[in-house]
Design a protein around this ligand. Structure first.
Ligand SMILES: Nc1nc2c(ncn2[C@@H]2O[C@H](COP(=O)(O)OP(=O)(O)OP(=O)(O)O)[C@@H](O)[C@H]2O)c(=O)[nH]1
Length: 372
């Protein structure tokens, strides 16, 4: 089960803090059941009040089972109804807090110094302390939980002459827990903001490493990384791999006639045309050099590669490029190489074949496709 979502937005953060809140409640559930068993057995509460022990045991078991089921099913239902799911979680959690403070209040009215009362104070202290960490993702909920756990106990102790010291101790403890809760929550937020900024930096670096800033297609650096990989994949699968080397004709003249900005927009348009013409998910469009593009076509035969090269050449020529009032007809020469890579061969081979074919296309008059 994946408990960590990638945090890119406020919604992602809310989802992650909900999940942290839900999942960290699991240990608390065990503590509650164990704590209850120890209290009723070790303090003799069961022998004094067997019927009440059974009734309360049922109650705590039912609440714990409901909470356990709710936590276990979160992966199926949380996504579709996150608010209702969290509201139910809070409700069951607060019910459990009320169980413990109710038990304390009942004890104090029955016998102010019974062993079960002292044990339940210990339980309130242990559980509240554990809650600070497990609920660190939701500060308001932690505070409500502490109020329900400790306020009734403090108020009732205050009302008993011989237990007023306990009321002061509980209030002091409560203050300490509030400060501790604030600190834990602050750390939680800081940790996530740190992760978020790390992830953003990584995404920036990744995209700078791969993507050409002008045309937003893959850059040569990425091409060098992935061409070798595609080559090895083709060897492994015994498939052909095609490479189209596309060079824009007389681009220098375009720059000189219309200016650098027009030339830049022209390159963006060319990248779009190539990207739209190559429709397979596995096809890779790369800006190889200034006005030179490469298209890698994994698992593609010669006839299909030639057909696609012709489509690109045609689309470039017949969609006249327009930028403001200026327009220009773009033509490209395309060299096509297709090979079935053999063990221990180098991908440079395919690159050389396509480059030679491109050279042929240029010397045979440009605006044409040649096979290497
Ligand atoms: N606007 C713009 N021009 C670029 C960019 N990168 C390269 N160029 C220009 O592309 C032109 C390439 O010129 P050449 O290599 O002589 O090729 P060509 O003029 O296209 O001629 P042929 O390829 O022989 O048809 C140069 O003038 C470069 O300045 C760019 O990012 N933006």
């Amino acid at each position: 089960m994946n408990t960590t979502t990638q945090i890119n937005s406020v919604d992602d953060f809310r989802r992650q803090s909900d999940l942290d809140f839900i999942l960290s409640a699991r240990i608390g559930l065990l503590v509650q059941i164990l704590g209850w068993l120890l209290i009723v057995i070790l303090t003799g509460f069961y022998s004094k009040q067997p019927l009440l022990t059974l009734q309360l045991s049922w109650l705590i078991i039912v609440i714990s089972l409901l909470r356990f089921t709710h936590i276990a099913l979160h992966q199926y239902f949380y996504a579709s109804s996150s608010r209702i799911w969290m509201a139910t979680h809070y409700f069951l959690l607060l019910l459990q807090a009320l169980f413990w403070s109710g038990f304390y209040v009942y004890q104090i009215n029955l016998d102010a110094l019974s062993p079960a009362l002292l044990a339940s104070i210990l339980m309130l202290a242990v559980d509240s302390n554990g809650a600070i960490f497990s609920m660190r993702s939701k500060l308001v909920m932690t505070q409500i939980y502490l109020v329900l756990m400790l306020l009734p106990a403090a108020a009732m102790s205050f009302g008993q002459d011989n237990l007023q010291f306990l009321a002061y101790l509980l209030i002091a403890y409560w203050m300490y827990l509030l400060a501790f809760a604030l600190r834990c929550h602050k750390h939680y937020i800081l940790n996530h903001s740190f992760q978020l900024s790390l992830m953003k930096n990584k995404q920036d670096i990744d995209s700078k490493d791969k993507i050409d800033s002008l045309t937003k297609i893959y850059n040569r650096h990425y091409f060098e990384d992935c061409f070798e990989y595609q080559w090895q994949l083709a060897i492994r699968n015994s498939t052909e791999i095609a490479l189209l080397m596309i060079d824009i004709d007389h681009f220098k003249t375009i720059n000189e006639a219309h200016g650098q900005e027009f030339g830049d927009q022209c390159l963006v348009h060319i990248a779009d045309v190539i990207r739209q013409s190559a429709k397979r998910q596995t096809d890779m469009v790369i800006r190889y050099a200034g006005e030179e593009f490469v298209l890698i076509l994994p698992d593609t035969e010669q006839a299909a590669a030639l057909k696609l090269a012709e489509v690109i050449r045609h689309n470039l020529e017949f969609e006249e490029f327009q930028c403001g009032d200026d327009s220009h007809t773009i033509t490209a020469s395309i060299g096509v190489g297709v090979v079935q890579p053999k063990q221990f061969s180098s991908p440079t081979l395919l690159l050389q074949i396509a480059e030679m074919a491109l050279f042929q296309a240029k010397i045979h008059g440009r605006n044409r496709v040649e096979l290497g």
